[in-house]
Design a protein around this ligand. Structure first.
Ligand SMILES: Cc1cc2nc3c(=O)[nH]c(=O)nc-3n(C[C@H](O)[C@H](O)[C@H](O)COP(=O)(O)OP(=O)(O)OC[C@H]3O[C@@H](n4cnc5c(N)ncnc54)[C@H](O)[C@@H]3O)c2cc1C
Length: 415
């Protein structure tokens, strides 16, 4: 192995994700001598996976709604998001030739729908500002001297520097390099790690019939989660059946709360397929449907309300033969079906593993970091940015914005 001892960097950045790259670029722009160390063979692996390669890079909601999306982390992020907000991110991207567009719910994407454009922009930013980049360089340890950071030890040798930024991401999708190394490095410096768990994650269900409807989306539904008859969370939107249970945007957005409760026992979810109709109104529409299509099977009448594959599931739950004619459906059978249309029940038994989460909740304790600079309050010269921090938000571009904003603020702050 070719061991290097490399000295005198103003900033050593650990991790080549969006947070680390932005910090490196900004510090370089301020004429600092910066090196970025990335343990995998390339930068931004997770960035390239974002929104299935389309990259939902930020959101256009106003600042107060932006900060609310991070829950308790919002207050901590205030300075970072003010210094480098969604508009600044978009104009930064434009400077590097990346036009962005706004889709539903304020979600911002590159106009060419290609995460590679975002990665190229930020790589160009680092290149323009003379950031030195080493891939295949795994940071193993922090070097400290007199309660000040002094450098890092890696599989390639040691590097000395006056400031070190930990931007190693969380625990999800470990194939992208995010394997929780930052928590160990932070603990070594005396930081506490708020327990980590998956946020934005799908769930396994007790009901095994889900496999027969895997890949079936349900649109415009109201999904209510209960534990011991108490409502835990309620969302309106789209869900998706999978071979193990349930996923889809509405479930993912509820998932953080559900994960927090599922450790206390199973959760029930009710799916209301027609939330805009009261039960009485829906019954009238149903009766009308059965009359108009009396000669057709009950299954074909039900397809007016739900996808075909789900019709079999509901008929099975109600113990109704799917080939029965609509005109032969009894009042009791109609009521049973109506109950399912207004509240198909699923039992959530566990969440999927953290490897599959979109983000990791928990992380480096925010109380121990100066929110105005991202510097550690415990070890001088040590900084943090991105998902390694105890900050997360639902889908919508908030997690990438947090990574870019905290990265920028750290790069802007190092002395
Ligand atoms: C499938 C998927 C889709 C997503 N889609 C979106 C989306 O559309 N919008 C959105 O806002 N968010 C999205 N996210 C979340 C977003 O990608 C992350 O929040 C963001 O990438 C975090 O950035 P980061 O720089 O903090 O960490 P990461 O992107 O995880 O980067 C950390 C880097 O540090 C490196 N590293 C780790 N340990 C070491 C070490 N010891 N030495 C050297 N290098 C190390 C890793 O190899 C990695 O390159 C998505 C996540 C996933 C998994």
């Amino acid at each position: 192995m070719n061991f290097i001892t490399d000295n005198n960097y103003d900033l050593i950045v650990i991790g080549g994700g969006p947070a680390g790259m932005m910090a490196a670029g900004r510090a370089g722009e301020r004429e600092r001598n910066v090196i970025l160390l990335e343990k995998t063979d390339s930068l931004g692996k997770k960035l390239l996976l974002c929104a299935s390669g389309r990259c939902n890079v930020t959101n256009t909601v106003p600042i107060h709604a932006f900060l609310e999306a991070y829950g308790k982390g919002g207050n901590f992020l205030r300075t970072a998001v003010q210094v480098f907000d969604n508009e600044r991110l978009r104009s930064f991207l434009l400077t590097y030739g990346v036009e962005t567009i706004v889709e539903n719910k304020g979600r911002v994407f590159p106009k060419d729908q290609n995460a590679n454009s975002i990665l190229k922009a930020i790589k160009d930013y680092m290149h323009d500002n003379r950031v030195r980049i080493l891939t295949n360089t795994n940071v193993l340890k922090l070097i400290t001297k007199n309660n000040t950071v002094a450098g890092v030890e890696t599989n390639q040798g040691s590097f000395s520097g006056r400031n070190v930024l930990i931007a190693t991401g969380g625990l999800s999708y470990p194939g992208t390099g995010s394997t929780g190394d930052g928590y160990k490095l932070a603990s070594f410096a005396g930081h506490t790690i708020t327990p980590t768990y998956p946020a934005i994650i799908a769930f396994e269900t007790l009901e095994t019939w889900v496999i027969s409807v895997q890949g079936t989306p349900i649109k415009n539904a109201r999904i209510t989660a209960f534990q011991s008859n108490k409502i835990i969370s309620e969302h309106f939107g789209e869900a998706l059946f999978t071979h193990y249970g349930i996923s889809g945007p509405a479930i993912l957005d509820m998932s953080k709360q559900l994960v927090e409760h599922i450790k206390d026992g199973q959760l029930k979810i009710h799916i209301d397929f027609k939330p805009s109709h009261t039960a009485e109104k829906l019954d009238k529409v149903f009766v009308n449907q059965l009359k108009r299509h009396g000669g057709k099977t009950i299954k074909s009448s039900l397809t007016f309300f739900i996808p075909e594959k789900l019709c079999y599931v509901l008929l099975n739950i109600c113990k109704i033969d799917s080939s029965k004619k609509s005109s032969q459906i009894t009042i009791q059978e109609r009521r049973k079906l109506l109950r399912q249309l207004k509240g198909l029940q699923l039992t959530l038994v566990r969440h999927r593993p953290i490897d599959e989460a979109i983000v990791t909740a928990g992380g480096v304790n925010l109380d121990e970091i100066d929110a105005k600079t991202m510097e550690s309050k415990l070890l001088k010269g040590l900084y943090f940015a991105g998902e390694v921090l105890d900050v997360d938000a639902p889908t919508g571009g908030f997690n990438l914005q947090a990574a870019f904003s905290t990265g920028y603020l750290a790069g802007n702050s190092i002395s």
